[in-house]
Design a protein around this ligand. Structure first.
Ligand SMILES: C[C@H](O)[C@H](O)CC(=O)C(=O)O
Ligand SMILES: [Mg+2]
Length: 397
């Protein structure tokens, strides 16, 4: 018999919003995040200068709201836009409305298996993640507890962050423990491009000194041979890790790359991977040292708990990709997640802006590269939706 102490779920709603936020690639002109970054599409010269040119920001943000019978509303944001709204309203909502919000396991299972014939990864799992996160937010608000408390409580007093952006030197001045730079040139730009990549790393190493962590994010742009040559050349400049070097489908390539990189350099990946089954492949094939699930794309918190336990049993770290508060509430509860990512959303990036700016109100940001656990002590994920932004509900029921 299901526990019925909580108000039931009355209504699920899905909206789109444009302009940054959870779809953090949806930025204005001149932003570092769209400035000649190596991608799998960079083999075509016409799509090399800007990721927006090939449509990196076509989806926009998905906002999921779940309202309980007593009027309490849980919400979450992730990438997915209008097509994800369709999936949420026309397919997934049926597994929530009329149900007890504490039944997140059964709800997740039904969302995943009912969509398996057209889902499993990508957009569908983004939509499932958005619903799952909104459900955890609702549960926290109904119980008057932060999500991290529902997950077992903080295992440390504060979070420590590395920063992702084009200026690790500025990130160092802001107190971060490391800086992850986008790789700017892919294999199609030949040996000249490889030299430029290494020169940028060398310049940054000079600016930040010998001890500050420096990492390269390759956003799926390379092949094993190029990634190996990059890793070998980057070693003398103290590269801590090489991230998402090749296609997320090439588990065999990751296993080879991990064998090829110099001792001490880490291989990381997983932001475009989803569910316990995808991460099981990465773990069992020994593809990487650090798993980087995005909480809004991997299946939400319910699935992340399983991914994290699997990783722990394999002796691997889980450092979620981006994900703002959805990552913070999780990372603070896990020993095998010793630090977190902070994606720099300032165009420069010379200032700390909330990662999902401007969509969340009360989104905490690191101060001096750190965030006290007490900053997360509000019900649910501790943030509110900025309702001044124009939201659109294309599949209202
Ligand atoms: C900078 C990367 O290309 C991407 O936009 C963000 C990312 O992959 C990460 O933060 O990791
Ligand atoms: Mg990345």
């Amino acid at each position: 018999m299901a526990y019925t102490g909580l108000p039931r779920i009355k209504h699920v709603r899905a909206f789109t919003v444009r302009g940054g936020g959870a779809d953090y690639h949806d930025q204005g002109a001149g932003h570092w995040i769209d400035d000649h970054i190596a991608t799998p599409m960079a083999r075509y010269p016409e799509y090399r200068q800007s990721r927006q040119s090939f449509g990196i920001n076509v989806l926009g943000t998905l906002v999921v709201e779940i309202e309980a019978e007593d009027g309490t509303i849980g919400f979450a944001v992730t990438t997915g836009g209008e097509p994800a709204c369709f999936i949420v309203e026309r397919h997934l909502a049926r597994f929530l409305e009329g149900r007890n919000p504490a039944e997140y396991e059964k709800i997740w299972d039904q969302m995943y298996f009912s969509t398996q014939y057209y889902g499993r990864k990508g957009l569908v799992v983004n939509a499932i993640s958005g619903v799952d996160l909104a459900l955890w937010d609702l549960l926290g608000k109904l119980r008057g507890e932060p999500v991290h408390a529902l997950l077992g409580g903080a295992v440390r007093d504060e979070l420590q962050f590395y920063a992702t952006g084009s200026r690790p030197d500025l990130a160092k001045d802001m107190g971060f423990i490391g800086g992850k730079m986008p790789l700017h040139h892919g294999p199609a730009e030949g040996i000249e491009g490889l030299r430029k990549n290494i020169a940028e790393l060398a310049t940054m190493r000079e600016r930040v000194g010998p001890d500050f962590w420096l990492m390269l994010d390759c956003w799926m742009a390379l092949d094993v041979d190029y990634a190996t040559r990059l890793a070998l050349a980057a070693h003398e400049h103290g590269l801590k890790w090489i991230e998402e070097a090749i296609s997320p489908d090439d588990y065999w390539g990751y296993a080879e790359l991990k064998r090829n990189v110099p001792r001490g350099m880490l291989v990381t990946t997983g932001e475009h991977e989803a569910t316990r089954w995808g991460f099981r492949m990465l773990l069992e094939m020994d593809c990487c040292d650090i798993l980087q699930p995005d909480v809004g794309w991997c299946g939400g918190v319910t699935e992340l708990l399983k991914i994290s336990a699997l990783a722990d049993a394999h002796g691997k770290l889980v450092v979620p990709h981006g994900s703002s508060v959805y990552s913070y509430h999780f990372v603070i509860t896990r020993h095998n997640s010793p630090f977190a990512e902070f994606l720099m959303m300032h165009p420069g990036p010379s200032e700390v802006l909330p990662m999902f700016h401007p969509q969340l109100i009360g989104e905490p940001v690191p101060v001096n590269g750190r965030l006290r656990a007490s900053a997360l002590d509000k019900p649910g994920f501790g943030v509110e939706l900025n309702r001044d932004l124009p939201m659109h509900r294309p599949y209202a029921r």
